[in-house]
Design a protein around this ligand. Sequence first.
Ligand code: ATP
Length: 257
Amino acid sequence: MNAVLEVENLTVSAGGEPLVREISFTVGSGERVGLIGESGSGKSLTSLAIMGLLPEGLHASGSVRFGGRELLGAPERELSRLRGREMSMVFQEPMTALNPAMRAGRQIAEVLLVHRTRPDRRAARATTRELLEAVGLPSRTARAYPHQLSGGQRQRVLLAIALANDPALLICDEPTTALDVTVQAQVLDLIGAGIAERDAALLFITHDLAVVATICRQVLVMHDGAIVESGPVTRVLTSPSHDYTRSLLAASDLEAS
Ligand SMILES: Nc1ncnc2c1ncn2[C@@H]1O[C@H](COP(=O)(O)OP(=O)(O)OP(=O)(O)O)[C@@H](O)[C@H]1O
């Protein structure tokens, strides 16, 4: 299996204080890896460091290779060419990720067009309709503004945007946390299907063990900025070797057997 993402000794610090500490992991092509840990453990900073989107004042060191290319220290121009095309991200709060003043269809079409040297608007509109259909939304959704959609519908639009350019890597950061359980299951199914269709790699961030068990085969457990345990979901969730993983399990609905 080819490695899509190779993270080695990644450290994220603020003013010399490490918030993510020397973490290493690999995500292979077609692989689904969950990153779990309690609030504040460093999950979001890890994903932002990978995407080159760390907020001002935070510094990443170590190595993040994507398709063999080193991303840490790469020029912003190169990173913005990758984002939304070869790697994309779905966040927890779709309302802040979507432009409130732009119709949903236009937002999907824009991401199709922005990475083309010769934009074809008619083809982008047709692909937008296909993408909406693939995430279970009627084509009339294209004309809706974000505030006219439900939370689940907005998250589907974001997923359509993230999948639009057939990325090799999709990073999801708590994409279903704000949704009710039924809608959550539907969105998880759509993420799984979108990934499988493209043979893309998935890095799925959540604090919810049940969600990881549903969608991922491999899991990394993060605690206080470090990865304390990793392995196949079936192993880690049935016989955790780290105390912190055991306490996560005890606090969840899943039972260790
Ligand atoms: N811009 C920043 N400056 C300084 N510290 C920060 C900054 N952003 C995050 N932190 C700190 O880094 C740590 C990790 O934050 P991070 O957002 O990665 O956690 P998380 O595991 O994603 O949590 P949650 O599940 O609540 O999103 C936290 O202690 C947080 O307070």
